[in-house]
Design a protein around this ligand. Sequence first.
Ligand SMILES: [Zn+2]
Length: 298
Amino acid sequence: MNLIHIKTILIFLALFLLILLLALYLSGCVDSEVKAGLEDETGREDGVNAIVSIPPQEEFLKKIGGNRIRVTTMVLPGSNPHTYEPLPGQLREVSGADIFFKIGSGIDFEIVWLNKVIEMNKDMKVIDCSEGIELKYSDPHIWLSPLNAVLMVKNIYQGLIDFDPGNADSYRSNMETYIRELEQLDRDIKGIFKENEVRMIMVVHPAWTYFADEYGLEQLAIETEGKEPTPGALKMLVEKAVENDVEVIFASPEFDVRSAETIAAETGAKVVMVSPLEKDYINNMRKIAEAFAQSSGQ
Ligand SMILES: [Zn+2]
């Protein structure tokens, strides 16, 4: 008798608990507690998960969206965007991403990987950062002109407000502040090259076509179509370097410096490293412009 009584009480208790949990769940209490537990380190609950190809794009996105944006960058500093392959962890990030901001200028990494990445997450929006930029197909490094960076920032802003219109006001004012800084950078660089006689920059990797065109320079590249120069080409490069008083040859951490060192040894120039992929875009570009300005014809 007693045993049956206890069993009945237990069944009633279990039912009561079940109903209580159901009520809590329906009222949203459990749901919001679960969500709070999933917040990331920025405290963001409903921000934007974005993928970009290179660190300067990450900078542009963060300048506009701040803590609302969680960015995964594919080509990490020091690696080569022409031969890069994403890591398994990065591909996992892609599957949860809202937007992929592609450079869109025909850089090898995107040509090889973009379709595979899109295949992994068909709900992901793809924004082309190169829209409105007049492409020179011989050089995919569009971001290395500050005025192109302005257009890329505008494209990123447009992609963000389409996805997250509720925060359009803050995105807009952040974008306008950053564009003013980029335009100041452009004026500063124009000033730097007005004061200097330099007309030629000698570089290993021909990444600076947009920059050179913008500021009236001639880019002399050691590498052609991703290949080291032949002995004949090397001889011609040495002659040109001497003719133009090239004092500095610019290499970058992503590429082999040996050909630069060979030419430098023959002409007495020195080899200086510059990175086209640094995240701190404005400071990096100003530093590079100053280095270019003092590199030849003095
Ligand atoms: Zn490159």
